[in-house]
Design a protein. Sequence first.
Lengths: 110, 283
Amino acid sequence: MSTTATTSAQPDPHADPHMGVREYFTIYFALLGLMLLTVLAALFDLGAANFLVAMTIAMVKTVLIVLFFMHVRYSDTLTKVFSAGAFAWLLMMIIGFLNDYFTRGMVAEK
Amino acid sequence: LTPVAETVPAPPHAHGDGHGHGAGPGQAGAHGNGRPLSLVHQFEDLYQQKSAAVLGMWAFLGTEVMFFGGLIATYIVYRFTSPDVWGAASHYGLNVTLGTINTVVLLTSSLAMALAVHAGATGERLRQVRFLELTLGLGLLFMAIKAYEYREEYLENLIPGPGFSTHALHLPEEPAPAAESAAHRRESATTLRTASILSVTPVQFVHQRAQLFFVFYFFMTGLHLLHMIIGVGLVSWVLLLARRGRFTAEYHIPLEIVGLYWHFIDIVWVFLYPLLYLVAIHK
């Protein structure tokens, strides 16, 4: 197989035709909108739910940045596994960690 | 290095036989045996070379996720142990307007970086340079605003240490009166219980927890700022390379990798902003 043919036959992770200048701006405005949403949600006193709402929005923003700004959507499978794995392990660590604290009566909102 | 002038335009279907180790990355043109000069010898083709670089960067970013994640996990525990102290410290201690402006500045710099990488993929040198300059400018603006915020907090004696004072935070002198609400009763009970375990008075306990909020604030934003300083250095470096025309549609790996790093810094801030600034703005 020739070098040139190999290069053009496989999807290029960072020059995907689906991502143009217009798409980058779309993602940017979506991110700004989500930021506004976080601020609006924080203006209401929802108790501990304030935290959950803020973190959910932050995770949605992260997914947008990772998939489109960092091109993971157009990258090969191994890169997808690595990027998803990083956040999955973090989530496991945080869940295990909080499990401990929240079940020992050390946290006020129980 | 094979002098570029001596290279023969490669026939499109000639395969690299594994001997062609090309030249240093970043040089356009083709080796005599058909391998592009920007392709280093251990890789089959440019796609594999690019994938390996991206994968390596993601492995590094995975360790960074855990690095910041540990701090965020501890933050969550203390925030929910003393929600009212945390709320007061965030509400009265931090400048939410500047924090919001900085969020927009960093998001915009991320867009500029994405467009610079896009210009790398299309090989437009001038657009690479312009967008990298914009990224750099916005990065420096973020750092300047952050420095101004640090100064404000310094003047209000909010730096943890012997000079720390809760004067600016309007903290209650005693734990919240039991009559207020069930949530307050719970926090009062926890405060009293934890204070007695730690053998401190409730007032001292509240003071310590307020100080702890600022330990988290300065550690989290400081660590983020350290990444910004490294990021600004890296952006300056790729800007220099872009000015020299080193990035082509075929080879622009440094630009992409620095782009990944810059977007990661943005992601960290996406979490720090609501965690630190938006704790209790409804009050």
